[in-house]
Write a protein that binds this ligand. Structure first.
Ligand SMILES: Nc1ncnc2c1ncn2[C@@H]1O[C@H](COP(=O)(O)OP(=O)(O)OP(=O)(O)O)[C@@H](O)[C@H]1O
Ligand SMILES: [Mg+2]
Length: 237
């Protein structure tokens, strides 16, 4: 497959996925990790989303359900192809993130439903990442709701923490949705970067929504592949 030329930082890059509940953070992160791995990039993940009592759609569980084989690797005999470390303590999260980041590779950080809480896991993950991907459905209302993300970044800046570059990824985009172009325009006019590629709403039998718990079926040149390439371009040197 055509692999874009890329060079990642020696110490590795870190990409955190944020967004409200159900914005497809976990499914999208899983797919992009899979595509990066298939390109030969070392990948690992940290999951900071503590599962609630009745729901567990976490990256950790997904990886366990596939015996660590949710993403393809270069070597079929690899004992433990993907490491997904759970870390729900905001205090310990930075240390785990540092430990897990693969050299010259990419660490994906999954987060729970967005919460702008100083001292919480989201702030902690943001301060450790080089790039934050804000997943949201392209509705005008979402733009207003996401204001607290910018407030969080400002808080990090004001308190002397590092802050990541932020990009918006449109997810669950309906075919023919004209609102998506309008929301993109509104965001770009306010200086927000929106990724060119988006996650389509895919509920069908073979859709992204059914991927959970199984090894990923990666399709070359599909939207997830394009998103992986686009994000890779942003974290490469
Ligand atoms: N592209 C898609 N189109 C439609 N539905 C999807 C898509 N991707 C995932 N889903 C479904 O949407 C739901 C939420 O997906 P996912 O768990 O990835 O979101 P999340 O942002 O990680 O949510 P949470 O904040 O609860 O962790 C799941 O039921 C999943 O099957
Ligand atoms: Mg999730």
């Amino acid at each position: 497959m055509p692999t874009p030329t890329h060079k990642l930082p020696t110490e590795g890059a870190r990409v955190v996925f944020i967004g409200k509940g159900g914005s497809t953070k976990t499914h999208t992160l899983a797919h992009v990790l899979g595509h990066w791995s298939r390109m030969g990039i070392p990948v690992a993940a940290v999951d900071s989303d503590e599962p609630g009592e009745d729901e567990d759609g976490s990256l950790v569980t997904w990886n366990q359900m596939t015996n660590g084989r949710m993403v393809p690797t270069k070597h079929a005999d690899d004992e433990s192809p993907l490491t997904v470390k759970a870390q729900y303590s905001a205090l310990r999260l930075p240390g785990t993130i540092i430990e897990e980041t693969p050299a010259e590779g990419i660490l994906g950080i999954d987060t729970g439903s967005w919460a702008n809480r100083p001292g919480g896991t989201h702030h902690s993950a943001l301060a450790m990442a080089s790039l934050a991907v804000l997943c949201l459905q392209p509705h005008e209302g979402e733009l207003h709701r996401s204001a607290s993300v910018w407030a969080a970044l400002k808080h990090l800046e004001d308190t002397g923490s590092r802050r990541p570059e932020l990009v918006v990824l449109f997810t669950r985009v309906h075919h023919n949705a004209k609102s998506s172009g309008e929301v993109r325009g509104t965001m770009e006019r306010s200086g927000i970067t929106v990724l060119d590629n988006a996650v389509p709403n895919q509920m069908g039998e073979d859709g992204y929504s059914r991927a959970f718990g199984k090894p990923l079926e990666l399709v070359e040149d599909d939207p997830m592949h394009k998103i992986a390439v686009e994000i890779l371009g942003r974290v490469s040197l």
